[in-house]
Design a protein around this ligand. Structure first.
Ligand SMILES: [Zn+2]
Length: 402
């Protein structure tokens, strides 16, 4: 049996059982009828212990949270938002590392233990934002695990030289290659997809593509992504972000596409926000597609909304999808926790012996109630150490193991 440094006693577990959780060397040593022995004991008073959350789609380089309120200024189109962002960025000239830091601390206090953030790269800004983000990741490495996607928001084929920038970004420390609406932005789906898959395969990394393309065009892009995931041997390493088209075609077409995605090991991440089509979450899951969730834009030039709280995001997605039954609320909870861990390939993970002790404690009777109420976080642990308490981020990490 592994060493026990301390025990979280009197815990309510996600499966409804009560027990203790022994923590040793930053990991869960044992769960259930665990004796305290000589180890230090933290009494949770029957509070619910959840695994740490994953924010599977963010833009840490864009957020303006914690700064002067900036009214939304863009028009209704995506191009207007891209242009507005560029002019606003030039005018504000805010350091990316500090913007990311503010939001990371907020998310950690909400119990987020893992993030996947897209960071803009292009032939003008090159790796400047990525380098700032790499510094922020290093600064918070003890508090949260961050995957970085090099994100060519302005296009790939339509901006010659972008593939070289993506290549440099991966060499500099980005974890995944991004993409953006290959048909609509580049008018060359084959060119963009071949290009980004080549970069990813060369470096042995995954891909996460923003896909807002509507209807049949979007489905066509998803099919091409699935083909390449298979031909490049990248099953399980490719994610489609948004995939609104899955909700814009017939149920039959959508189901066929879901089966295609499952076969190719292509996952979907959704933020479920209003104003967009919501992919059929339960049908995708039933087909075997891993569906996880993210906040996407949080208080930036793209959106005035978002808090950073993944439990609240789970509630919003569930509400939007009209999930009422406990089993459906459990599905949306899976999207902010286990599904993302499966996509990362983390094992063991969660409330399991051997898993990193990334935990979050709330006052709730069960997981479905935690989703709908998204109550304050009493305690947040990262690798067995306390990083937030009573909703507040701790500047100095506390180690109950002493
Ligand atoms: Zn995004």
């Amino acid at each position: 049996m592994s060493r026990t440094d301390y025990v979280l006693a009197n815990a309510l577990l996600p499966d409804g059982s009560k027990g203790n959780i022994a923590i040793g060397e930053g990991r869960i040593a044992d769960i259930g009828d665990v004796a305290n022995g000589e180890a230090r004991r933290i009494d949770l008073g029957g509070a619910l212990v959840l695994p740490g959350f994953t924010d599977g789609h963010m833009h840490l380089d864009k957020t303006l949270i914690g700064r002067k309120w900036l009214p939304y200024q863009a028009g209704p189109t995506r191009w207007s938002r891209i242009e507005t962002e560029k002019t606003t960025e030039k005018r504000l000239n805010l350091p990316v590392e500090e913007r990311a830091a503010t939001l990371i601390e907020i998310c950690v206090a909400f119990g987020t233990s893992h993030m996947r953030t897209h960071i803009d790269v292009d032939t003008d800004i090159r790796l400047t934002r990525l380098e700032s983000m790499l510094r922020a990741r290093e600064r918070y490495r003890d508090r949260v695990d961050i995957q970085i996607v090099a994100f060519p928001q302005s296009g790939v084929v339509s901006r010659p030289g972008t593939l070289d920038v993506l290549d440099e970004a991966i060499r500099a420390g980005a974890d995944l290659v991004g993409g953006m609406d290959p048909l609509v932005v580049d008018h060359d789906a084959v060119g963009q997809l071949d290009g980004i898959f080549d970069v990813a395969e060369r470096h042995g990394v995954g891909i996460d593509i923003h896909l807002h393309e509507p209807g049949e065009a979007g489905i066509h892009s998803i099919e091409r992504i699935c083909e390449r995931a298979e031909s490049h041997g990248m099953q399980g390493k490719v994610t489609v972000s948004h995939g609104f088209s899955l909700a814009m075609v017939s149920e039959r077409k959508s189901d066929e596409t879901a089966e295609r995605m499952a076969r190719a090991g292509v996952s979907l991440v959704t933020h479920g926000a209003g104003g967009f089509y919501l992919p059929p979450i339960l049908r995708l899951r039933a087909a075997g597609v891993e569906v996880f969730a993210g906040n996407d834009d949080i208080r930036d030039t793209w959106s005035p909304y978002g808090s950073g709280d993944m439990l609240e995001r789970a509630m919003l997605i569930g509400w939007r999808a009209d999930f009422r039954r406990d089993e459906d609320l459990m599905a949306v909870f899976d999207m902010v926790t286990a599904a993302a861990a499966r996509v990362r390939g983390d094992s063991p993970w969660g409330l399991a012996p051997g898993a990193p002790a990334d935990l979050c404690v709330v006052d709730a009777q069960c997981v479905p109630e935690a989703v709908v109420a998204h109550p304050p976080r009493k305690l947040v642990l990262k690798n067995g150490r306390i990083v937030a308490r009573d909703g507040a981020y701790l500047k100095a990490i506390e180690d109950p193991a002493g």
